[in-house]
Design a protein around this ligand. Structure first.
Ligand SMILES: *Cc1c(COP(=O)(O)O)cnc(C)c1O
Length: 422
């Protein structure tokens, strides 16, 4: 559920008309709904309320604007970070170190040091060389780093090839069969303290079974490691719960059902539960709004050429992803729809958002909205073709604010330096 609805024929974000935002900030832009972000966070928080203690760590790689982090942080969210930059962003937004978990296969010593100095809840380790490196960094700072090991349970998440992460052969985690050996090694390293187990099998999962398979393996592993003398008190179960990208397809499981699955598979262990949802919190909390530049009648195809492009929202080009694309001015009842190929102005054919989409007759200047664009949208954008990063806007109730401004051409150009000797 989200808060983007038509009122009197005009698409709104909560109580603000999208067309009013477009008039103020220009197009294209991203707009997020604070009520939707809040609602999604709370659904997860409530779904884990059975656990002795729990923390919902927002996977901020999905949407990392400071305002969004502040909003979620103030609700009690932790953050799952995957780089030193994300760690710095989370701290700058006021999230305390004890609510930040550090994930990722390639953490550098510099990133480790910054997190240990600034405060960190735990590192999720993914390889033995990384263990050795973190041990050395922690010792050099005279501290002990709390860690979990990300295990690879060899489960197929049945999702898009590029975002499945829990199969043998994926670059993530340590094979679950080697866990005993790895935890024994950690116990021998004075700079590390193993506190739990981590698992994350992929993104945009639309069924519970892969989670169930993975979590049953984690339950077994918890008991095995405890029998071997390790204190396992925390389970980090990753993110990955999918969202509906079309309103017509079958509905993915709800957070409450996911929470029940976690309780059923892992509840008996008495562990603190952590999860790292990204997309389900941010995805349907955002739209990308774009304006029609031209309607071009091709030989066999009618093109809708927008001012938004693949550099602003890369998911269709990169993953073949579907976004519902809807008119900001609702079609009058009974109007006959037309089919459009919806494209951006970037100089490659990959800059196609959708083919053969039905929309009411559109004209230059009309606005369209891409639904489900809150996750992996703005964060993956670039300035390809020297197209400025597009603004981000946050709506709450009847007011809105620009939370990232569109840079000017001068600002973009000023980032380059021409060497003196040229
Ligand atoms: C990407 C990622 C997530 C979030 O995945 P979503 O599908 O957005 O929920 C969580 N944990 C880790 C380690 C990730 O890499």
């Amino acid at each position: 559920m989200d808060h983007f609805l038509y009122r009197d024929g005009a698409l709104h974000a909560e109580d603000v008309a999208i067309a009013d935002i477009a008039r103020t900030v220009g197009t294209p832009f991203y707009v997020y709904s604070a009520a939707t972000l809040t609602r999604h966070f709370r659904l997860f928080d409530e779904a884990l309320s059975w656990a002795p203690s729990h923390l919902v760590c927002f996977a901020m790689k999905s949407l990392s604007n400071q305002a969004v982090l502040k909003l979620l942080g103030d609700l009690g969210a932790g953050m799952d970070v995957v780089s030193g930059g994300e760690y710095a962003r989370a701290r700058a937004a006021g999230v305390p170190g004890e609510r930040i978990v550090f994930s990722g296969v390639g953490k550098t010593r510099t990133e480790m040091r910054a997190a240990l100095e600034g405060g960190i809840r735990q590192f999720n380790l993914e390889s033995e060389p990384e263990m050795e490196a973190l041990n050395e960094v922690a010792l050099s700072l005279g501290t002990v780093a709390p860690v979990t090991v990300r295990v690879n349970p060899d489960v197929d998440a049945r999702t898009h090839e590029k975002i499945a992460t829990g199969r043998k052969g994926d670059k993530f985690g340590i094979p679950i069969a080697r866990a005993s050996e790895v935890y024994a090694r950690i116990a021998a390293l004075p700079g590390l303290k193993a506190i739990g187990i981590d698992v994350h099998i992929g993104s945009q999962l639309t069924q519970l079974e892969p989670f169930e398979q993975a979590y049953l393996k984690v339950a077994d592993l918890t008991e095995r490691l405890r029998a071997e003398g390790h204190e396992i008190t925390r389970l980090d179960l990753g993110g990955g719960l999918g969202i509906p990208y079309t309103r017509s397809n079958e509905a993915p499981p709800l957070p409450v059902e996911y929470g029940q699955l976690v309780e059923r598979t892992l509840g008996h262990l008495g562990c603190e539960i952590e999860i790292e949802p990204g997309r389900l919190i941010s995805g349907n909390a955002g739209l990308m709004v774009s304006q029609v530049i031209y309607v071009k009648e091709g030989e066999s195809t009618r093109f809708l050429i927008l001012d938004g492009a693949m550099n602003d929202l890369i998911r269709p080009a990169m993953y073949g992803a579907w976004h519902d694309i809807i008119p900001v001015a609702e079609a009058a009842p009974g109007v006959e729809q037309q089919l459009y190929d919806i494209v951006g102005p970037v100089c490659e054919s990959g800059d196609t958002f959708a083919k053969g989409r039905a929309l009411p007759p559109m004209a230059s200047g009309d606005l369209v909205a891409f639904r489900s664009a809150g996750a992996y949208g703005a964060v993956m954008s670039s300035e390809y073709n020297t197209r400025p990063l597009i603004p981000e806007v946050l709506v709450q109730g009847d007011h809105f604010a620009v939370i990232r401004a569109r840079p000017t051409f001068d600002e973009i150009i000023a980032r380059d330096t021409i060497p003196e000797w040229l």
